[in-house]
Ligand binder design. Structure first.
Ligand code: PMP
Length: 393
C-alpha cells in the first residue's frame, strides 16, 4: 500500500512508540494518585511531557488542556467560550471551509440563539484560494463577537490562513480567536505568543503520535474563560475531568519534539516530492486542474501546505479512480466525510462545480514518503485509468 493520505492520519513514529511503552506496561500508575510512587512518577512524567509540548508551542504547561483529539478540543473551545456563565457576547464567526468539528458546534449554538456568521473564502480563480478576506472579517467582527474560529491550514486543499493578521483584527474588536491547527502543528512553526492565539487545537495522530489524544492550548489565561465540557474529578484545573492518559501525553510530547527537530528538512523534502508528483500527474493525464492555492512557493509557502495536493481529473471521478487503484491510499474529501456521498464542502466553498469536486483526489505526503512512492502512485493511477476506460468506466 502506498500511503499518501497523511491529512487523515500519520503512522506513529517508532521513537514515539518506544517513549510510550513503559507507561503502558510497568509504569501504569494513575497520575492523579499522589499517595504512592507509581502515581507520582506518572504525574512527573505527564508534567515533563506537558512542559516539552508547551516549549514547542511557546505556551505554558498549565495552559495546555489534554483532550481526546481535535474534535474534542474544537468542541471545548467553541462551546466553552460561548457557554461560559460570564459570556455576554452572542455572535460567533467561522469560515465555510472549516472542519465539521468546528462548523457543527457553531451551528448548534446558532440553533440555540447565538448569531452565527460563516464567512466565504477566496475562490479557485484567486492565487490565495481558500483564504479568508481580511476586509470582510474586519467588517464582520463586532463588539458582540465572542469568538472567531479559523483553522491554520486546511485539511483538503492545504490553504494556510494569514493567522497574524487575523489575530490582530479579532483582538481589535475585543473578541477571542480559536484556531484549529490540526494540520499545522508539527508541519509549520506554531508560536502561540507571537501569533497571539487564544485557543489552539491539535491532535497527536496528525503529527506521528498516537490516536485518541490531543490538546487545546490556551494562549492568554487572563483573557480566556472557558466552561468545561466534562465535569467530575476536577483534573486539569477543572477544565477537563477524567484520568489523564500518561502514555498518550508522553507520546504526543515525543512526536511534537521530533517534528520540530526535523521540520525544515521534512518540509523541503516533501515540497519537492509534492512538486514532482504534480508534474508527473500533469504529464500523465490531460486537462487535470489544481484545486486550492497555487503550489509553486518557496519553503513554508504563504498559501499552501507543502505536503498537500488536490486536483481534479477531466473525465473520471475520484471515487472511481480510488476503487480502481486499490494499492494507493488517498482520498477525495476528508476522512471523516469519506462515507458521505455529498461533494466536499471545501471544494464547493472555493467555487468548484459539483462535477469537478467529484473528479477530485486529495494527496497528503508525509515524513516517510519516498521518491519511489511518488513514481509508483502515478503508475497506479495510470493503470487504474486504463482499466476504467477499457471496461467502459
Ligand atoms: N480538524 C481538522 C482540520 C482535521 O483535519 C481533523 C481530522 N480530519 C479534525 C479536526 C478532527 O481530528 P480528530 O479526528 O483527531 O478529532
Amino acid at each position: 500500500m502506498i500511503y499518501l493520505d497523511h491529512h487523515a492520519t500519520t503512522p506513529i513514529d517508532p521513537c514515539v512508540v518506544d517513549a510510550m511503552l513503559p507507561w503502558l506496561q510497568t509504569q501504569f500508575g494513575n497520575p492523579h494518585s499522589h499517595t504512592h510512587a507509581l502515581g507520582r512518577d506518572a504525574a512527573d512524567a505527564c508534567d515533563s511531557a506537558l512542559a516539552k509540548i508547551a516549549i514547542q508551542l511557546s505556551s505554558q504547561p498549565e495552559s495546555i488542556v489534554v483532550t481526546s483529539g481535535a474534535t474534542e478540543s474544537n468542541n471545548l473551545a467553541i462551546e466553552g467560550v460561548a457557554r461560559h456563565p460570564r459570556q455576554r457576547r452572542r455572535h460567533l464567526i467561522t469560515v465555510a471551509t472549516e472542519h465539521p468539528s468546528v462548523l457543527d458546534p457553531i451551528a448548534r449554538l446558532g440553533d440555540e440563539g447565538f448569531r452565527v456568521t460563516v464567512l466565504p473564502v477566496r475562490l479557485q480563480s484567486d492565487p490565495d484560494c481558500g483564504q479568508v478576506d481580511l476586509d470582510l472579517l474586519r467588517r464582520t467582527v463586532d463588539d458582540d463577537t465572542a469568538l472567531v474560529s479559523i483553522m491554520w491550514a486546511n485539511n483538503e486543499i492545504g490553504t494556510i490562513q494569514p493567522m497574524a493578521e487575523i489575530s490582530k483584527i479579532v483582538h481589535d474588536a475585543g473578541a477571542l480567536l480559536h484556531c484549529d491547527a490540526t494540520q499545522a502543528v508539527g508541519r509549520l512553526p506554531i508560536n502561540l505568543k507571537e501569533f497571539d492565539i487564544d485557543l489552539l487545537t491539535a491532535s497527536a495522530h496528525k503529527f506521528y503520535g498516537p490516536k485518541g489524544i490531543g490538546l487545546l492550548a490556551i494562549g492568554n489565561q487572563r483573557r480566556v474563560r472557558i466552561r468545561p465540557l466534562f465535569v467530575g474529578g476536577g483534573q486539569q484545573h477543572g477544565l477537563r475531568s477524567g484520568t489523564m492518559n500518561p502514555a498518550g501525553v508522553i507520546g504526543m510530547a515525543e512526536a511534537i519534539e521530533r517534528c520540530q527537530a526535523t521540520m525544515v528538512a521534512d518540509a523541503a523534502r516533501q515540497q519537492l516530492l509534492r512538486e514532482r508528483l504534480w508534474t508527473k500527474i500533469q504529464d500523465a493525464f490531460s486537462d487535470v486542474q489544481i484545486n486550492g492555492p497555487e503550489t509553486a512557493g518557496g519553503l513554508f509557502p504563504e498559501a499552501r501546505l507543502y505536503n498537500n495536493l488536490n486536483f481534479s481529473f477531466a473525465d473520471v471521478e475520484g471515487e472511481t479512480m480510488m476503487a480502481a487503484a486499490s494499492g494507493l491510499a488517498v482520498s477525495s474529501g476528508s476522512a471523516c466525510s469519506s462515507t458521505d456521498p455529498r461533494p466536499s464542502h471545501v471544494l464547493m466553498a472555493i467555487g468548484l462545480s459539483e462535477s469537478r469536486a467529484r473528479r477530485s483526489l486529495r494527496f497528503g505526503l508525509g515524513r516517510f514518503t519516498t521518491d519511489a512512492d511518488i513514481q509508483d502512485a502515478v503508475q497506479l493511477l495510470i493503470a487504474a485509468r486504463q482499466r476504467i476506460f477499457r471496461t467502459g468506466g
